[in-house]
Design a protein. Structure first.
Length: 339
C-alpha cells in the first residue's frame, strides 16, 4: 500500500502515547530501537496474549469531554465541552504517557493461539490504530481485514522501506487517535470557532509546537476571552498558554473593559493592539480590581493573516508560575518489555 499525505489537524487535545509492537521474531523486535524516531515511546512483545493484556490494562480512552446538559432545554441535542477538571488532574499523572494508541502486529505467528487479526479483535479500545504486517501469502487476508475495518493499514513485511513507512504511520496515527476520540467536540468547534481549520492557523500552531518543543496540548473550551485557548506543555513539563483571537474577540475584550471602567490607556491599547491582556479573572477579562496593575498582564502578539479575509492575533504566554508536571519519557528512558 502507498502512503498518502496526511495534513495535520489541530485536535481538541493531544498528549504522548505508546506504540505496541507484536512479533514472534526476536530479531525484528531487536531492530525497533534502531529504526524508530527519537520521540516514539514503545513496548515490544513476542507473545500475543501479553500484548493484548498490556493494551487493555493500560487503556484510558474515555474522552476528556462531557455533555453540557444545560445547553439544550429539551435535551434533544447536546453541546459537548472539555472536562477541565479532568484535564488538570490528568496532567499531574504520568500514566497518560503509557496509553497505547497504535498497535503494529505481525499476522502469522506460528506456535501461538492468536494470529495478528485475533489480537486486533481482542483490543477493547475502539480508537487504537492497528497496522498489520503480512507476508506475501497473507495479503488477501489483510485486504479483507482492511475492508471490514478490523485494521487501519497493512504493510508487507518484506518491503525494503518498511521501517520509514512505520515511522510515518506512527506519526499519523498518534494524531488520528485523538482526532477520532474528540470528533464530536471538533465538529462543534468548526461552527463556533472555524479558525481551527484555517490553514494559516494550522501552520502557525504546528510551527510553534516544533519551536517550543511542545509535546502535549489541551483546548480550554470555557471561561476564555479567546476563540481558541490552549494549555501547552513542553518536554520538560513547563506549561504555557496559547490564545488565538479573532477581531470579534478583541472587540468583546474592549467592550467588557469599557463596561468595567477600565483605564483609558487600556482601552486605547485594545483599539489597535500590538499586545493583548489575559487577566487573572475567572474568564480572563478585565475586572475593576485590576486597575492599578493591569499592565503586568499584557503579552506580545503575533498577527496571522488567514486564507480568507479574516486576520487573527496570537498570544503565546510563558506561564512559569504554574508547577511543573511529570516529564514525558523518551525512548531511552522507557522500559521496553519483551516477552
Amino acid at each position: 500500500m502507498m502512503l498518502k499525505h496526511n495534513k495535520k489537524k489541530i485536535n481538541a487535545y493531544y498528549y504522548p502515547t505508546t506504540v505496541v509492537f507484536l512479533d514472534d521474531h526476536q530479531a525484528f523486535l531487536d531492530s525497533i530501537p534502531l529504526a524508530l524516531e527519537a520521540n516514539v515511546v514503545y513496548q515490544a512483545f513476542s507473545n500475543p496474549q501479553d500484548a493484548v493484556n498490556y493494551i487493555n490494562s493500560h487503556t484510558q480512552y474515555h474522552p476528556l469531554m462531557e455533555k453540557d446538559v444545560s445547553w439544550a432545554d429539551d435535551h434533544s441535542c447536546y453541546h459537548y465541552k472539555l472536562d477541565v477538571t479532568s484535564i488538570f488532574h490528568q496532567t499531574h499523572e504520568d500514566k497518560r504517557l503509557y496509553e497505547p494508541s497504535v498497535l503494529i502486529t505481525d499476522y502469522a505467528m506460528p506456535g501461538n493461539d492468536y494470529n495478528g487479526l485475533d489480537v486486533c479483535q481482542s483490543i477493547d479500545n475502539p480508537y487504537v490504530k492497528k497496522i498489520l504486517l503480512t507476508g506475501v501469502a497473507d495479503e488477501q487476508v489483510a485486504i479483507e481485514a482492511l475492508n471490514n475495518k478490523l485494521i487501519d493499514y497493512y504493510l508487507k513485511k518484506s518491503a525494503q522501506d518498511i521501517l520509514p513507512q512505520i515511522n510515518e504511520l506512527i506519526q499519523r496515527y498518534q494524531q488520528d487517535y485523538f482526532g477520532d476520540m474528540t470528533r464530536v467536540i471538533r465538529e462543534g468547534l468548526k461552527v463556533t470557532s472555524p479558525l481551527i481549520d484555517d490553514p494559516a492557523i494550522e501552520e502557525y500552531f504546528f510551527a510553534l509546537i516544533e519551536q517550543e518543543n511542545i509535546v502535549e496540548y489541551y483546548l480550554c473550551t470555557e471561561f476564555s476571552p479567546a476563540s481558541l485557548d490552549f494549555l501547552m506543555i513542553n518536554a520538560m513539563g513547563k506549561r504555557h498558554k496559547l490564545l488565538l483571537f479573532t477581531q470579534d474577540d478583541i472587540k468583546t475584550h474592549r467592550d467588557v473593559a469599557a463596561d468595567a471602567g477600565a483605564p483609558a490607556a487600556l482601552l486605547t491599547a485594545l483599539e489597535n493592539p500590538s499586545s493583548l491582556p489575559l487577566f487573572p479573572s475567572l474568564d480572563g477579562f478585565y475586572h475593576p480590581d485590576l486597575e492599578e496593575n493591569w499592565q503586568q498582564y499584557i503579552y506580545p502578539i503575533t498577527k496571522i493573516y488567514g486564507y480568507g479575509e479574516e486576520s487573527y492575533l496570537a498570544a503565546f504566554i510563558q506561564t512559569i508560575d504554574i508547577p511543573q508536571i511529570q516529564k514525558a519519557p523518551s525512548v531511552s528512558s522507557q522500559q521496553n518489555k519483551t516477552t
